[in-house]
Design a protein around this ligand. Structure first.
Ligand SMILES: *Cc1c(COP(=O)(O)O)cnc(C)c1O
Length: 395
């Protein structure tokens, strides 16, 4: 959480006073409806669907695209495990591809992993870094594939001036506690495609043949799940949305200062970012020549009392730690397990994305903050410079 205050508490109080916490209450125009319209507008797309999580947003998008058994979805080896689990939830197989130095999906590697079964490419804007969407969308177009942007860590970001989430056929956002704006747990799917929207709308509400807004939908009913958003969380999100630009501005300001102060330090360079202006700037990534140098830097910073991390240590954000995937346990029941039903042996291994492991291990993250004083920021910069200029001792 970056910012929250009395305004959110007041918005919640108003919902409680209304005694209407459920979004579908006959009349339209509640907080969930309003948030969807505002989020769609912010993202520059026609349709927004508020749901209970970012994971749900990805599942709804895949269901909206009619992805299912027999299909493959390409995901990067560096992302929260939810990205890889979403295809399984709709019966499809996740295929893991490399990230490049930008720590986002490598379009060239994606091309290598396309098979006749591939249906969707799922670029992930990790740590708010915009993916190379131009190249990824070109690859997708060339092969007749769809693009689902996982923008769960990139609320409010953009690429080439166009909002993240609006480049692909659909986008998924998360508003859990750790994201740029938050309501504790929540998410949103966005799309310009009316068919994707309608199927997702139905899927997220048990197949919704019975809501007033669904009556005009001519898609035959099908069994869905319940990922409905409620009015309490929607009211919080509407206030959070008014803070988003301020949060991004503060993060980007810190990142600009960090970059200008650390520019030219020879121990590392900055991991390339495909669009610095659209970058959410939650993180500055420093790329070292070797993983040993990154390790030595982390250890020396720790000795100075500054705890930084490397994305190689980020647990379930890294495919080698996705036990569920690597062991191919695709469902709660073998009769629903895409790995058992697909009829071929999905070629996973811990070394299927060696470059991903290398780039992550060579990277050190500095997180930005909205409430750090300039004095604290300058002290951090001073320590980084001091440590970076100290020759690495042999281990
Ligand atoms: C957080 C996150 C998700 C899932 O969001 P939840 O709201 O926790 O379900 C998916 N992908 C990425 C990259 C995330 O960081």
């Amino acid at each position: 959480m970056y910012a929250m205050g009395d305004e959110e508490a007041e918005a919640v109080r108003r919902v409680i006073a209304s005694r209407q916490l459920f979004r579908y209450r006959g009349g339209e125009g509640g907080a969930a409806d309003q948030f969807e319209a505002e989020w769609a507008e912010r993202t520059g797309v026609r349709y927004g669907l508020a749901v209970t999580s970012g994971s749900a947003a990805l599942m709804c998008a895949l269901a909206g695209m009619e992805v299912g058994p027999g299909d493959e979805v390409i995901v990067p080896g560096y992302t929260w495990i939810a990205t890889a689990l979403a295809p399984l939830a709709v019966g499809a197989i996740p295929i893991v591809a490399e990230v490049d130095e930008s720590l986002t999906l490598d379009p060239k590697d994606v091309e290598q992993r396309i098979t006749p079964r591939t249906k969707v490419i799922c670029p992930v804007h990790m740590s708010g870094f915009p993916c190379n969407l131009q190249a990824i969308c070109d690859v997708a177009r060339g092969h007749g594939l769809r693009v689902l942007e996982d923008a769960c860590q990139a609320d409010g970001g953009s690429y080439k001036g166009k909002p993240l989430g609006s480049w692909g056929d659909a986008g998924g956002f998360s508003f859990n506690q750790f994201k740029i704006i938050t309501c504790g747990e929540g998410g949103a799917m966005v799309t310009d495609d009316v068919e994707v929207y309608r199927r997702a709308l139905m899927f997220h509400d048990l197949g919704t043949p019975f809501r007033a807004h669904a009556e005009s939908i001519e898609i035959p009913v099908f069994a869905g799940l319940n990922f409905r958003m409620n009015e309490v969380l929607s009211a919080i999100l509407r206030v959070q949305l008014t803070r988003l630009d301020g949060i991004l501005e503060a993060l980007r300001r810190e990142k600009r200062i960090l970059m200008s102060e650390l520019d030219g330090v020879s121990a590392f360079r900055f991991n390339p970012v495909h669009d610095l202006e659209g970058d959410c700037a939650t993180t500055l990534a420093l790329l070292f020549d070797s993983k040993d140098e990154a390790r030595a830097f982390l250890a020396a910073m720790k000795e100075e009392g500054v705890a930084l991390g490397s994305p190689i240590d980020s647990g379930h954000h890294l495919y080698v730690n996705w036990k569920t995937i690597l062991e191919k346990r695709g469902a709660h029941h073998p009769g629903r397990d895409p790995y058992k039903l697909c009829g071929y042996d999905v070629p996973y291994s811990k070394d299927m994305c060696p470059r991903t492991l290398e780039f992550l291990a060579r990277t050190v993250y500095i997180s930005t903050a909205v409430d750090r004083s300039d004095a604290d920021l300058m002290a951090l910069i001073k320590t980084v410079k001091k440590v970076a200029q100290t020759p690495v001792r042999a281990a």
